[in-house]
Structures are given as C-alpha cells and as structure tokens.
Design a protein. Structure first.
Length: 134
C-alpha cells in the first residue's frame, strides 16, 4: 500500500498530500498573505501590483497566482496589471494578451489544416498502393 505523503515544495517538510499540494503550515501562510493583499487593496485601490507587493511583502508572482485562482479580484483596482506570459504586455486577466492568443489560435488552426491535408493525401496514396498490389 502506497503512503500518501510528500515533501512540501515550498518548505520541504513532509506532509500528507492534499488538494493544494503544500503542507498545512504553508497553506496557512499563503492564506494570510492573500488576506494581507485583499485588505491592502480595500484601502489602496489605486496601487500597482509592485506597490502591493512591496507593502504586503508578498512576491509579485504569488499575487498573480492569487489573481489567477480567483482569490484576489482586481476589478476595482484599475492600476493593477501583470505581464503576458508570452510577450510581457500588461494584462488584467488570463495568462496571455489578446494578440498572443490570436497568434496561437491561428497557428493551431494552420497546424490542423496541414495535418488534415497530409493525412488525406497519405490515405489516398495508401489506397492507390493497395489497389496496384492486388
């Protein structure tokens, strides 16, 4: 029977696995960090993500993770934005800007089209080969 334990990726301590994949102590610490950010945003709606990070001592990447998880809402904080993971352009939602999402969608559509063309011609070639072999 396998043990359901792991080392916490944040602090290294052994813990029983849970849905957050971190130990209870780190989970509690992250909840406190999130609460600090929320409270600061209530009082300082015009701050930037860098100012929020400096004031709360929560790393910017952790604040972005809270935003992506839906734990922090930036709807009423007009100056908070973070970089697109592809080009670095400032965004307020998702992980990529609209331009990068469109480029990705276009590339995926082109790949699918190319795969369809190559698989169709491959199938026809196979049929012709089979016909002449018989």
């Amino acid at each position: 029977m396998a043990m359901n334990v792991d080392n916490c990726p944040r602090c290294g301590k052994l813990y029983v696995r849970n849905f957050k994949n971190i130990c209870p102590a780190c989970m509690k610490d992250m909840d406190a960090q999130c609460e600090k950010c929320i409270n600061y945003l209530k009082e300082n709606r015009g701050c930037t993500i860098q100012e929020l990070s400096e004031a709360t001592e929560v790393p910017v990447n952790q604040i972005i993770r809270f935003i992506h998880e839906g734990r922090i809402s930036i709807a009423n904080s007009p100056n908070i934005s973070y970089g697109c993971e592809v080009c670095g352009a400032p965004i307020r939602s998702h992980t990529m800007c609209e331009a990068c999402r469109q480029k990705l969608s276009k590339k995926i559509a082109e790949e699918r089209l190319n795969q369809k063309k190559s698989s169709v011609s491959f199938q026809i070639k196979d049929r012709l080969d089979n016909r002449f072999r018989s």
